[in-house]
Every structure is written in structure tokens, then in C-alpha cells.
Ligand binder design. Structure first.
Ligand SMILES: [Zn+2]
Length: 372
């Protein structure tokens, strides 16, 4: 049996990924659909027109405060999302969630949003509760971002509905872009999408609340509104209307003042991803331990699909960057933030290291079935 996609390097251990009879993964198949000019493939001109039509419809709604919301981290993607809405006479409200661990460059990049023609609000969750949630998520699920990820998707939609904003422009549809899932609505956010792709490990805020005895009313902002409430808003993915590409988004964001690091981000060879806060690096490292692929794999796969590098070069990059040890720069702040000691941190990493993927070796990560 094959262990990696025959075109890119995604492993069979990636959740939700599927392969065709030639060993090609569903993310690669979706990519071809996105980029090919053949009939029955995605018609981007038509999609853009559909977007313009939606905007006209939204403007006619004469909302009381804002016409459209955009969830923003200050990353290249969110700046690009906002850019698609500019110069249309729209009142844009960008919503950012700040968990208190933003980097300096993250603060700078977020400030670009209000300079480009959007209003910006930053929501700071109750850190007493949020740190408790992070700690449980890390220790019990090996994923510190478990509930943060839910909040990131749910809270901006809830705020938008409360403010009677008729539309929210979400980022990429991760289900399609990275897993090539066919069973979900490609245009709109849904309960099914949220439960599969926002709540990893199937752990929804309701389940989390019951399991760890945190009153659900305190977790409501982490959870998607009901289907009935969702009907009040056009919660659409930007990647449905515009061809999603990290590199293009980076180019667009730069024109609005977005800054990247001088060197590569730890765990990959790119310099412009995951730079706005620190916990994501811990999340990415755990993803590597659990499923056998990290950030460099994500990026190398994208570059292979775009014919920027060969599969052979991609393997080299993955071996060089994916398995780089998590540095103290991230560990120290993380353990201080959630109040655990280094020993507990290391034991937890070891607990989530997938023994079917990684060989026993204390110093280095060595794969049992190396990428070929
Ligand atoms: Zn693939």
C-alpha cells in the first residue's frame, strides 16, 4: 500500500484525505479542477460575476451599521479577503480575536487592516477561561488550538448576526483546498463544515462543555450559531469566488504594507506564514507528531501542485524543515501562558507522538516509512 500521494507528499495519515486508484490525493484532484481550463472545471470569471451580484444584493439590504464582516488575523490571507471588498462603497467590519500572544510583526500586520479602508475590532476573550481551555486542549487532545479554532470560525459570525450585518466573507474552504472533500457545501459555512473542519477530533464546544464541566453559556462564543440563525447571513468562503493561493495572497497583502520575517518561519521554508502569534507553532508541531506531516509539507505540496518545484525537491525541503525541533522561543511562552512545567510539556509531546509513524529516537524524528 502507498503511504504518500503520488503527486504531492500528503500522507494517508492526514485526516479526511482520500486517494484515487492512481494514488493521487483529493487535494491534488481539487487543485486540477481549480486551475484547468477544460470544460466542467471551475469558471473563475463566472464566479467573480457571482460575487459582484452578491455584493449588489447586500448593498440593497441597507444594513444598519455594516454591510460585510471579515474575520481577520492580520495574516496575508485576511488582508487579501478585505482587499476583495474595497472600492465598492461597502462598510466593512473586520473582526480580530487576540488571545494575548501576538508577536510584534503580528501587531504591525493587523494594523494594515484599518489603514486599507475597513473598520477593525479586536476581541479579547476572558483569558482566565481561555487559558484553562488551552490547557485542557493541549493535555487531553494534544491540540492547544482545539477550541480557539472553533472560536475563530464562530465568534465573527455571531457578532455579525447580532449587528445585523448581512454578509461575512470567510477565508478559504479548508475542506476543499487541503483535503479535497466533495461532501460539503463549497460556498457556504454550515454546521456539517464546522463540526468536521473547525472542531478537530469531533470535539465540538457542546461536547467540550459537558466533558470538562464548563457551562455551555460560557462557551457559546466558541460555537457556531444554529442553522436557523445562520440563515440570517450570507456566510461565504472567499476561496469559492477567487482562486485561493497563498503566494498570490502574500503578493496582494504586501501592497497593503504586510511584512514577513527576514528568515523562514520555524518548521517551514516560507517566511510569511504563521508569524502573527506563537501557539500555532505548537499546534503545527503536534500535527507533525500525530499525523506525520507539518507545515513544510503543506507548503511543499502546494508548490508541487503549482509546478514551482519538483516532487524530489519537495522531499528534500520536507526532510530539512518539517521535523525541525520545536524551539524554546515557542515552548517557554507557551508553558508560561498555560501554566504547566517543561516536564509535563515534554511528556505530553511524547504521548501524542504516533508510534506507527515515528521510530523510537529521543534526539531526532525518524520516520518508519520514509517519504519516497
Ligand atoms: Zn496530492
Amino acid at each position: 500500500m502507498h503511504n504518500y500521494c503520488s503527486n504531492c507528499l500528503l500522507p494517508t495519515s492526514k485526516p479526511f484525505i482520500k486517494f484515487d486508484k492512481y494514488g493521487k490525493c483529493s487535494a491534488c484532484i481539487f487543485h486540477e479542477k481549480k486551475n484547468s481550463n477544460r470544460k466542467n472545471k471551475i469558471n473563475w470569471i463566472k464566479r467573480k460575476k457571482e460575487f459582484e451580484k452578491l455584493i449588489t444584493k447586500i448593498q440593497k439590504r441597507k444594513a444598519p451599521y455594516y454591510d460585510v464582516c471579515v474575520p481577520v488575523s492580520g495574516g496575508k490571507d485576511s488582508i487579501t479577503q478585505v482587499s476583495h471588498l474595497l472600492n465598492k462603497g461597502l462598510r466593512i467590519l473586520a473582526i480580530n480575536i487576540d488571545y494575548g500572544i501576538k508577536t510584534e510583526i503580528g501587531h504591525h500586520n493587523l494594523s494594515c487592516i484599518s489603514k486599507m479602508g475597513a473598520n477593525l475590532i479586536t476581541y479579547r476573550p476572558d483569558l482566565k477561561l481561555h487559558k484553562k481551555i488551552l490547557k485542557i486542549s493541549f493535555l487531553k487532545f494534544g491540540d492547544p488550538d482545539l477550541m480557539s479554532h472553533c472560536m475563530l470560525h464562530a465568534l465573527p459570525i455571531r457578532i455579525a448576526i447580532e449587528l445585523k450585518v448581512p454578509m461575512i466573507l470567510l477565508g478559504e474552504n479548508a475542506a476543499l483546498e487541503y483535503s479535497g472533500s466533495k461532501s460539503i457545501n463549497e460556498k457556504k459555512m454550515s454546521k456539517q463544515w464546522f463540526e468536521n473542519y473547525a472542531s478537530n477530533s469531533g470535539m465540538t464546544p457542546i461536547k467540550f462543555s459537558k466533558l470538562f464541566k464548563i457551562p455551555y453559556k460560557k462557551l457559546k462564543m466558541y460555537d457556531l450559531p444554529t442553522a436557523l440563525e445562520l440563515k440570517k447571513i450570507e456566510a461565504v468562503f472567499c476561496s469559492y469566488y477567487f482562486k485561493w493561493s497563498s503566494e498570490n495572497n502574500f503578493k496582494i497583502a504586501k501592497t497593503f504594507g504586510f511584512k514577513s520575517l527576514r528568515k523562514n518561519t520555524e518548521g517551514t521554508y516560507r517566511s510569511y506564514v504563521g508569524i502573527d502569534e506563537k501557539i500555532n507553532r505548537v499546534h503545527q508541531y503536534l500535527k507533525l507528531l500525530k499525523f506525520g506531516y507539518g507545515r513544510a509539507t503543506d507548503h511543499a505540496c502546494e508548490d508541487v501542485r503549482n509546478n514551482k518545484i519538483s516532487r524530489k525537491k519537495a522531499i528534500e525541503l520536507v526532510k530539512k524543515y518539517d521535523r525541525v525541533k520545536l524551539s524554546n522561543y515557542f515552548i517557554n511562552d507557551f508553558i508560561k501562558f498555560i501554566n504547566i512545567d517543561l516536564k509535563t510539556f515534554n511528556i505530553t509531546l511524547e504521548k501524542y507522538k504516533n508510534k506507527k509513524i515515528w521510530q523510537r529516537n529521543k534526539k531526532k524524528l525518524i520516520k518508519i516509512k520514509e517519504i519516497k
